[in-house]
Design a protein around this ligand. Structure first.
Ligand code: SF4
Ligand code: SF4
Length: 165
C-alpha cells in the first residue's frame, strides 16, 4: 500500500535539535498521527521561514546554474512548501484521513478499540506489514504505550478496590 503518509515525522528525532515539540492532538489506531509534525508550531515555522527565504532570494533564478539532472524544479519545491503550510488542520486518521481501507484501522474499529495499544493481539499482529518498511519501530512504540496503558488500568482497579487478576 502506498501514499497517505507523506510528511516525515514518526521516528522521533527528525525535528531540529533544540526546538521544542508540542504534542499533537491527532489520533490514529497505529500511533503514527500522534507523531506527525504537520501542523506543529516548530515545523510550520521552519517551513514558513524557508518559503520566505526562497521567495526573497528569487530562488527560481538559480535554476539556470544547475541545469537538467543537476537541478530540480523550484516551482514544484515552492508548491511543496505551500502544501505543508495549507495542511495544518489535518484531522488525522481517526478524524477521517489516512488509508480508507487500512487493515489496521478496519480491525481496530471492529474491535471497538481506541488504538492498537489496547489490543491483546498486538504482539502477534501481522497487519503492520505496509508500515514497517517506512516506520520499522511503529509496533515497538505501540508496545511501550501498551505497557503504560495496562499499568494505568491496573492502578485504576487497585484504586477502585476491585480484585486484580
Ligand atoms: S490509516 Fe492506518 S496506517 Fe494510517 S494512521 Fe490510520 S491506522 Fe495508521
Ligand atoms: S489485531 Fe489488534 S493490533 Fe492488529 S490491527 Fe487489529 S486491533 Fe490493531
Amino acid at each position: 500500500m502506498k501514499g497517505g503518509h507523506g510528511p516525515p515525522g514518526p521516528g522521533g528525532g527528525r525535528h531540529p535539535p533544540g526546538i521544542a515539540r508540542e504534542k499533537s492532538m491527532r489520533r490514529s489506531y497505529c500511533g503514527l498521527c500522534e507523531e506527525c509534525p504537520l501542523g506543529l508550531g516548530d515545523f510550520q515555522e521552519i517551513v514558513s521561514r524557508l518559503r520566505e527565504y526562497v521567495t526573497r532570494f528569487r530562488s527560481n533564478w538559480w535554476e539556470h546554474c544547475f541545469p537538467k539532472e543537476n537541478g530540480f524544479s523550484f516551482v514544484e519545491f515552492r508548491k511543496a512548501l505551500d502544501w505543508f503550510l495549507a495542511r495544518q488542520d489535518c484531522p488525522g486518521c481517526q478524524g477521517g484521513r489516512g488509508f480508507p481501507d487500512c487493515p489496521i484501522r478496519v480491525c481496530a474499529m471492529e474491535r471497538h478499540l481506541a488504538g492498537c495499544y489496547q489490543c491483546d493481539d498486538l504482539e502477534a499482529c501481522d497487519k503492520f506489514e505496509h508500515l514497517l518498511v517506512e516506520f520499522p519501530d511503529v509496533k515497538v512504540k505501540l508496545r511501550r504505550r501498551q505497557i503504560k496503558y495496562r499499568a494505568q488500568l491496573h492502578h485504576q482497579r487497585l484504586a477502585s478496590g476491585k480484585k486484580v487478576t
